[in-house]
Design a binder for this molecule. Structure first.
Ligand code: ATP
Length: 455
């Protein structure tokens, strides 16, 4: 993602104001002054304004040299931020090609054959901020998260398709689950389909199911994930990874609300709600030809963008305290001040997931008993090798994905500690023994707080 340049501080705050119960942001107008759409003009009514030829954009142009989702203008605390969305012919500002820039009043943008004039208005739009610092199991006290919490009750009550965007580890999956749990479908199933991890050859059968004998190995009829989610919600996780040839089939399901198992002719009616998550900008994927525009349009009914943790440092203390309470089992329940201070200074490229891992390591370092338990595990049946720890009671209420994530992290730590110990604390020997790349092992050890000597 393009880094945001600094602008004069006086231009800040006027654009996006956070008050105790609401957030207010300035409106602006974009007018086409030259090109095939000359005379067209549009005023913003949200914090994002997308310009391109696809339906669903805020300003839709017919100019054939313009991409489907060409560029976006966002209202940020620092200014009106213009970003090219990987368009084919690029975006210019006063004759210079730009990836991203802050716009000043009267700025002239060049896209395709068209020239557009940007003008801020003296009007503002207000949106409510939630009072609560949580929604279901999703915590947050930053304005960005409270803005999402403010919108969620309405979103959860509806049956609309939701697209959740955000970097890895920002909590998209947790948010999707919270929407399901506070929706009228809460009593129904919540089925997660990880589009990124199912091999392309299996994905159709996983989603739609199959009839008996539909292909070699199909000994019995089997329902797919969509049928399993009847009366509930389907989470299409990592939607951007869905192979292109599957996309029209999924589009049909969303449009017709019915599926056909592989090998059957009769359609089955579905009563499901769809939530999709992605850590890619699907608009860029549409421009690149990796994602179908019509499917994006179908998914993009309600769009939520979960900000990266570095964009909402106000959440770090709350999340650290929460994870600390969860993990420190019976110890002094508040995280040490120095830990918080150190955490506040970090960038967290792995977002909340990385923060959780760091808290877990810190807790283990502080409590030798917990550390021993994690390292020794319970004795396995295979002659004393540390077994994968059994799930803790509190983990049984987690989603399968989350519980597995935690178990794998614990197993990794157990394995690495034993590996380093068995090799006299020597990194190179340990890497050779485990047939691992030395720098990869070093990185893993650092992540888990296990030390080894470099020599
Ligand atoms: N706001 C939050 N409050 C409490 N826990 C959170 C929050 N955000 C994330 N987490 C925790 O962080 C971890 C990662 O969250 P999650 O799997 O939902 O992220 P994601 O954005 O879906 O990641 P990916 O794109 O990699 O699938 C989980 O353990 C989740 O419970």
């Amino acid at each position: 993602m393009a880094s945001e340049p600094k602008i004069h501080p006086s231009a800040e705050t006027a654009l996006l104001k956070v008050r105790s119960k609401e957030i207010a942001f300035s409106r602006f107008r974009v007018q086409v002054t030259a090109g095939p759409d000359a005379g067209a003009s549009q005023t913003s009514d949200a914090t994002e304004f997308v310009i391109g030829t696809a339906p669903g954009n805020q300003l839709i142009l017919t100019d054939r040299a313009v991409s489907r989702h060409h560029c976006v203008i966002s209202v940020t605390p620092r200014g009106f931020f213009l970003r090219d969305l990987g368009s084919k012919n690029g975006t210019t500002l006063s004759g210079f090609r730009v990836e991203a820039a802050y716009l000043l009043p009267g700025a002239l943008l060049g896209i395709g054959q068209s020239t557009l004039r940007f003008e801020p208005l003296a009007e503002e739009i207000r949106e409510p901020l939630g009072d609560e610092e949580r929604y279901g199991r999703v915590l947050g006290q930053s304005a960005a998260m409270r803005r999402i919490f403010g919108a969620l009750p309405r979103i959860a009550a509806s049956d609309s398709t939701v697209l959740i965007e955000g970097e890895t580890g920002t909590g998209k999956g947790l948010l999707a689950e919270a929407i399901h749990e506070s929706s009228p479908r809460a009593g129904g199933p919540f089925v997660v389909i990880d589009c990124g991890s199912i091999p392309p050859t299996l994905i159709e059968a996983e989603l739609f199911g199959h009839a008996k004998g539909a292909f070699t190995g199909a000994q019995a009829a089997r329902a797919g994930a969509f049928e399993a989610a009847r009366g509930g919600t389907v989470l299409l996780d990592e939607m951007g990874e869905l192979p292109l040839d599957m996309q029209p089939k999924l589009l049909r399901v969303l449009e017709e609300r019915q599926i056909r198992r592989i090998g059957t002719i009769e359609p089955t009616k579905l009563d499901i709600r769809v939530i999709a998550t992605t850590n890619r900008d699907l608009r860029q994927e549409v421009n690149r030809g990796n994602f179908r525009s019509d499917l994006y349009y179908r998914l993009n009914i309600v769009r939520l963008r979960v900000p990266a943790l570095r964009e909402r440092p106000d959440d770090i203390a709350l999340l650290t305290a929460h994870f600390y309470r969860q993990l420190a089992q019976g110890q002094d329940q508040s995280p040490p001040g120095e830990l918080l201070e150190a955490f506040m200074r970090q960038d967290w490229p792995g977002n909340v997931r990385e923060l959780r891992g760091a808290v877990e390591r810190a807790v283990l370092m502080i409590d030798p008993a917990l550390f021993r338990e994690a390292v020794m595990g319970s004795e396995g049946a295979d002659g004393g090798a540390p077994a994968l720890p059994a799930p803790r009671d509190d983990e049984l209420s987690l989603s399968f994905r989350e519980a597995k994530e935690r178990a794998v992290a614990r197993w990794e730590r157990t394995f690495l500690t034993a590996l380093v110990r068995a090799n006299g604390g020597n990194l190179s020997r340990a890497a050779r023994a485990a047939r691992m790349d030395r720098s990869h092992l070093r990185e893993l050890l650092q992540r888990h707080g296990v030390s080894a000597t470099e020599a």
